[in-house]
Design a protein around this ligand. Structure first.
Ligand SMILES: Cc1cc2nc3c(=O)[nH]c(=O)nc-3n(C[C@H](O)[C@H](O)[C@H](O)COP(=O)(O)OP(=O)(O)OC[C@H]3O[C@@H](n4cnc5c(N)ncnc54)[C@H](O)[C@@H]3O)c2cc1C
Length: 473
């Protein structure tokens, strides 16, 4: 059995690992083709002098038991670390404020958590929402989060809170994202109100979600996020090693063809070894637009369905300072989407957020500055010097931390062109169509952040499921 996987990001490497664990037979051969000169894709750990630090994903949702079990299976349980639990901030209306807790993705059930960030008129509007006319919601429907929250609570909640939080996860504004694909528990709560014949309002749906969460009396609350002490390199290097796959770097795949007579696939592209034999199975684990191109001959209908999925670009600058004196004692700050005069969309105060990093660097500070949102690649394309200047200026403006005086001793910049897929209100339907069309093509699978969700646990789950389908085919 010969299997080709295109893309050595998290999805491709997880697929390779999962396949190796399956019953492929002793002579099974797995080739992974990767266009860039490294494995990991959007997981990227860089070697700061004091130790490894992530410049792409930096954490994962620790409530996902399946991910925790997977990391344990890989022998990485001892590498998992917890955050300090310090609060997060939001910079809005040129003021540094506490980021509201509770609610869902910054959408509150009452005005109380957000009252310090919005006008009195918005406070009144939120608290009266449950008495307003019901949302015209059909079970199973979808719409943009921006549209939904603007209609119910007004623009301030979206522009000052919801878009800032979503921007940190999806590099998109609330108006570019669908409720069902990005805040599924909200879509489900709206569905359940409609199904029960109750009045469908935003505040009632959010209150229902809040009620379903464990109460403090249920015992100590586990942190929402975990990370790897040695960065995500621990994960992607372990997956690569344990998969025993042949990983071909600098190999840009440009075509996949299928011979119906032999039921074999051929992979072509720059750097693909000329003597590569045909494959029995192929898994495409690349971002959506590339996947659409690669499917054009073997699954043209799937390719056409996937084509409209767009990507959001961003850039991350990792900075090490000699001192953290004057830096707010918090995990980081999100910048409100309607805040003028600031370039960054968020800062992670990594050495405040993660005790293992603070321990490692002593008096210094590690800060990640994030730039760029969907539809605007300009910041992701800026020179490194410009981005660093923006970061230092913004830190001073937002927090009063004089980053230049603190002494910048190390800088790493990473641009993520086409970093994250945009999950608009049609996305789930698109994925369903692609999966249906792919299922008709024997021995072909697709996986990746666009298919199963952008979070690390979601990407892993999607890749494992794809591998299992391949094993069963
Ligand atoms: C800045 C940033 C921060 C993030 N933070 C978090 C976080 O804190 N927590 C979290 O859970 N998630 C986070 N994410 C999301 C998460 O990192 C991604 O969803 C996930 O890593 C995507 O994995 P993937 O394998 O689907 O895609 P990718 O990582 O994009 O992998 C695809 C691979 O395919 C390769 N490739 C592309 N075209 C070709 C071709 N033609 N031939 C061969 N190879 C090709 C690429 O080079 C790449 O290596 C973040 C993402 C970004 C960009």
């Amino acid at each position: 059995m010969r299997i080709a996987i295109v893309g050595a990001g998290l999805a491709g490497l997880t697929t390779a690992y999962e396949l190796r664990g399956g019953d492929l037979g002793a002579d099974a051969h797995i080739d992974v083709f990767e266009a860039s000169d490294r494995i990991g894709g959007k997981l990227f750990t860089v070697p700061f002098n004091d130790g490894p630090v992530d410049l792409g994903a930096e954490a994962f949702l620790a409530r996902r038991e399946d991910a925790l079990e997977f990391f344990t299976e890989l022998g990485l349980a001892d590498s998992l670390v917890e955050p300090s639990g310090k609060s997060s901030l939001v910079y809005s209306q040129s003021n540094l404020q506490v980021l509201p807790r509770g609610g869902v993705m910054g959408i509150p059930s009452t005005s109380a958590p957000v009252a310090h960030l919005v006008s009195e008129e918005t406070v009144r509007r939120i608290d009266a929402e449950n008495d307003a006319e019901a949302i015209d919601w059909t079970v199973g429907e979808d719409r943009s989060i921006g549209q939904l929250v603007r209609e119910r609570y007004g623009d301030e909640v979206v522009d000052r809170i919801v878009s800032s939080l979503l921007g940190g996860v999806y590099s998109c504004l609330a108006d570019d994202l669908g409720v069902r694909a990005t805040v599924p528990q909200l879509a489900e709560a709206l569905d359940s109100l409609a199904q029960a014949g109750e009045k469908v309002t935003l505040s009632a749906a959010v209150a229902q979600i809040e009620k379903s969460r464990p109460a403090p009396s249920d015992g100590p609350v586990k942190p929402v996020f975990n990370a790897f002490a040695g960065g995500y390199a621990e994960l992607y290097e372990t997956l690569a090693e344990k998969s025993q796959a042949d990983i071909h770097l600098d190999t840009f795949v440009s075509g996949i063809t299928f011979d119906a007579k032999t039921s074999k696939y051929t992979i072509t592209g720059q750097g693909v070894p000329g003597d590569t034999e045909a494959y029995d199975r192929v898994v495409v684990a690349t971002p959506a637009p590339t996947t659409a191109r690669l499917l054009s001959k073997v699954a043209p209908e799937a390719a056409a369905a996937l084509k409209p999925v767009k990507l959001a670009s961003s850039a991350v600058v990792g900075l090490k300072f000699d001192s953290d004196a004057g830096l707010p004692d918090s995990s980081g700050v999100l910048v409100a989407a309607d805040q003028a005069g600031v370039h960054a969309k968020a800062f992670t105060f990594s050495s405040k957020k993660w005790p293992h990093l603070k321990e490692r660097i002593g008096d210094g500070a590690l800060i990640r500055a994030s730039f760029g949102r969907f539809g605007d690649d300009a910041l992701a394309r800026e020179e490194e010097d410009t981005l660093v200047d923006y970061a230092l200026d913004d830190l001073l403006t937002i927090t009063g931390f004089d980053a230049r005086a603190a002494g910048v001793s190390e800088i790493y910049t990473q641009r993520w062109f086409g970093g994250l897929p945009r999950f608009d209100d049609n996305h789930l339907a698109t994925v369903a169509t692609v999966r249906e069309k792919i299922a008709a093509q024997p021995g072909l699978e697709v996986t990746g952040a666009w298919a199963g969700g952008v979070g690390v646990p979601a990407v892993i789950a999607d890749a494992r499921a794809a591998a299992q389908r391949i094993l069963g085919s």
